[in-house]
Write a protein that binds this ligand. Structure first.
Ligand code: SAM
Length: 413
């Protein structure tokens, strides 16, 4: 289901094109040719149908449609007349249909039924919707033997593909390592990255078809996320798992790529020598983060990432601090110092730490008894390679803040 307003509806119908912004881009790109589609006018609260997709979801089918505001698009064709259903919000709410994931089978069938003209009997309606003439090859999530049979089916919704949401704040917390129906990376791999974190960077900083590189990709979470989101990925590790032939063995301090060819780099590096990743002598995870050498070696990786990135493109780096045997090491701050030698800062995200081995009541009690803290978060540094000609201004910026009156009991009315 796509949404429009009174202002954008004309262009949807005129171009036979539905579009959306980055906010729902991931869902739009999952549309496949032949899917049933509906258009919800948020102003009039009409749901227009029935449409079918005549292309897969694509970037910029018509680049200047809606003045470029909705680049994630799909070409549509109505199936016979376009019919508006009123009170769409209520209907969709009842069916549990949200805007950021595809509709399940039962919801789709229920809505389709609402568009059936009275003169078309149930059995013929299904046939009519799915008949295959030239250019009409409708994909239905699961084909019932007949429409009547479906009508009597138990109303259990098949699980619809879960599509993550873009994070809005600088505090990210992912309770599960992965999302969706397919695994991303290996959740048993020591130090595996939450897949949704990579998904968020991919959707914020790249477009479909872009090239993403992960020079220390461990179990391959980055490759799996990129594949599903239509990005190209080249991933390396000093000791790739034997189960993955798509990870190239390479030392991150020398990446075999030309200068300025990469659209985004992501690294979840070792945080010191706290995890035994492998036996490779060049594994940076063998160097203590209490030593300068650790940061010197990571700086070589930073320099390589800077070299391979296109100007203006982003490097995301995930790292955590260390507290061991009564000694705190601000690994994040020390790495950040090195990153800022090469990159501008886009933002710093605090990522909740989940699933580490100290996440047990024994460790929680020890932390209280012996007066120390368990690591509760990691840093995600989002850094940008400066665009040529973008000079830094030394002047103090003048900001016209909008100050709001605090609401008091009196002015709350
Ligand atoms: C925290 S893990 C990465 C986890 C990964 N993102 C995932 O989701 O599975 C860090 C990785 O850095 C790799 N590594 C350590 N030193 C390296 C080096 N010199 N070059 C490339 N990879 C290295 C380790 O083998 C390990 O797999």
């Amino acid at each position: 289901m796509f949404a429009c307003t009174n202002a954008s509806q004309g262009e949807c119908l005129e171009h036979r094109l539905f579009g959306t912004s980055k906010l729902y881009g991931a869902a739009a790109m999952k549309v496949k040719k032949g899917d049933f589609l509906f258009l919800w006018n948020l102003d009039s609260d009409f749901l227009y149908g029935v449409f079918k997709a005549v292309t897969d979801g694509k970037l910029n089918i018509i680049a200047d449609a809606w003045e470029g505001r909705y680049p994630y698009q799909v070409r549509v064709e109505p199936i016979e007349n376009i019919v508006p259903l009123k009170d769409a919000k209520k209907l969709l709410g009842k069916l549990g249909v949200g805007r950021s994931s595809p509709m399940g089978k039962n919801a789709t069938m229920t809505i389709l039924e609402l568009y059936r003209p009275a003169i078309v009997p149930m059995s013929k309606w299904y046939e009519f919707l799915t008949k295959t003439e030239e250019g009409r090859d409708l994909r239905i999530l699961s084909e019932p033997k007949s429409w009547e049979l479906f009508a009597h089916m138990k109303k259990t919704e098949e699980s619809v593909e879960e599509i993550p949401r873009l994070q809005a704040t600088t505090l990210w917390d992912f309770p599960k390592q992965t999302y969706g129906k397919t695994p991303k990376g290996d959740n048993k791999y020591a130090g595996v990255t939450p897949a949704e974190l990579i998904w968020n960077l991919v959707w914020r900083y790249t477009e479909p078809g872009d090239l993403v590189v992960d020079p220390m990709c461990g179990s391959g979470t980055t490759i799996d996320v990129c594949k599903e989101e239509g990005r190209r990925a080249i991933c390396y590790d000093i000791a790739p798992p034997s189960s993955r032939s798509d990870i190239i063995q390479n030392d991150a301090r020398k990446i075999p790529l030309s200068d300025g060819v990469v659209d985004m780099a992501f690294i979840d590096s070792p945080y010191g020598d706290n995890i035994r990743y492998n036996e490779h002598p060049d594994c940076i995870g063998k160097i203590s983060s209490e030593t300068e050498k650790f940061y010197d070696e990571l700086e070589k990786v930073i320099e390589e990432c800077h070299r391979i990135l296109k100007p203006g493109k982003v490097l995301g780096w995930l790292i955590g601090d260390q507290w061991v045997k009564k000694e705190f090491t601000p690994v994040g701050f020390l790495l950040y110092g090195r990153l800022t030698k090469y990159f501008d800062t886009v933002d710093v995200i605090c990522v909740a730490r989940r699933g580490q081995s100290s996440n047990t009541s024994i460790w929680y009690n020890r932390a209280r008894r012996f007066n120390f803290y368990l690591r509760g978060f990691k840093y995600l540094f989002i850094m940008r390679k400066t665009l040529p000609g973008a000079k830094k201004t030394e002047e103090t910026r003048i900001i016209n803040w909008t100050y709001y009156e605090r609401s008091t009991r009196k002015n709350r009315g």
